[in-house]
Design a protein around this ligand. Structure first.
Ligand SMILES: C[S@@+](CC[C@H](N)C(=O)[O-])C[C@H]1O[C@@H](n2cnc3c(N)ncnc32)[C@H](O)[C@@H]1O
Length: 282
């Protein structure tokens, strides 16, 4: 097994973490922990396992993300199924879950709506950590919704999944949800085409999950416009993940559509402006 690992480490020498990646992929193939690999250097994988491992290392050498190779990603302490049709959950998005939980615990009756749900990682992580609340999750991609539904089932949480453009599938339902606090969460595509082009590591993920027009803010602008047109009265807290360079741009758009909104921008764990929190009552 040592020889096999050495071969893999050499193949991945230009990657950031050749040893870790090789160990993760080998333990995935032989269905044993990384600790097992270290404690049993004499272990011999079967021919089939060796062939599967070599194929995965070849894909990793071409920069394919580990999460797609093993089919899952950890987020907020939970494992989420992923495939090439959905964005791999990012650690910086965990901040959003943390802040949503604080907001939910302040309220009596809350409805949570996640727009652009992808793997479903945000609402599922929230529901795993709070009392049962009514929850909806929307995505424009049916393929993403298929995986998100599987993730919700696996984690035993109840979410109504809807396919559509931003908040559109919820507009008539929202008119019926009177006197309830609404929390809308959105980690929508916010990269520019230039940022996407300059980062080949992203090219394995769906471009439609990453890139938006108007300096990356076009989808947030459309969402804020939809919210401004909702039937009043409304009591909404919105959580929007942004690129740190978009804080001035997003504030300008919020003021354009939700004039009386209160806006806060929170830093992520690496000190970058990442999360916009908007309180809007009208
Ligand atoms: C950046 S990914 C985020 C996925 C997930 N929320 C997360 O944090 O990992 C954006 C998601 O928004 C979806 N999306 C893009 N445009 C949309 C639209 N107009 N309406 C609804 N969802 C959209 C994409 O399909 C993708 O799943």
């Amino acid at each position: 097994m040592r020889q096999l690992l050495n071969w893999a480490i050499k193949k991945l020498r230009s990657s950031d973490s050749p040893v870790l990646d090789s160990e993760v992929l080998l333990s995935f193939v032989i269905k044993k922990s990384k600790e097992f690999l270290l404690a049993h250097p004499e272990f011999s994988p079967t021919k089939k396992q060796i062939s599967q491992f070599k194929k995965l290392i070849t894909r990793r050498a071409k920069c394919e993300p580990i999460a797609y190779l093993v089919g899952h990603k950890q987020f907020y302490g939970f494992a989420f199924e992923v495939n090439k049709n959905i964005l791999i959950p990012r650690p910086e998005t965990e901040l959003m879950v943390e802040k949503i939980l604080v907001e939910i615990n302040k309220q009596k009756k809350t409805v949570l709506i996640d727009v652009g749900t992808g793997s479903g990682c945000v609402p599922i992580s929230v529901l795993k950590n709070t009392k049962q609340i009514q929850c909806f999750a929307i995505d424009i991609s049916q393929k993403a919704l298929t995986i998100a539904k599987r993730n919700a089932k696996k984690h035993g949480v109840k979410i109504k999944f809807l396919r559509g453009n931003l908040l559109e599938p919820m507009v008539s339902r929202l008119a019926r949800l009177k006197n309830q606090k609404i929390i809308i969460t959105a980690n929508l595509p916010y990269l520019t085409t230039k940022q996407y082009r300059q980062n080949p590591g992203l090219h394995f993920e769906p471009k439609t999950a990453l890139v938006a027009d108007k300096s990356g803010l076009s989808l947030y602008e459309k969402l804020l416009k939809q919210i401004s047109l909702l039937k009043k009265p409304v009591d909404i807290t919105l959580f929007l993940e942004i690129d740190p360079r978009q804080s001035a741009g997003i504030t300008k758009i919020i003021k354009k559509y939700l004039l009386q909104a209160e806006v806060k921008i929170k830093n992520d764990y690496s000190g970058k402006k990442r999360l916009t929190i908007i309180d809007f009552r009208a």
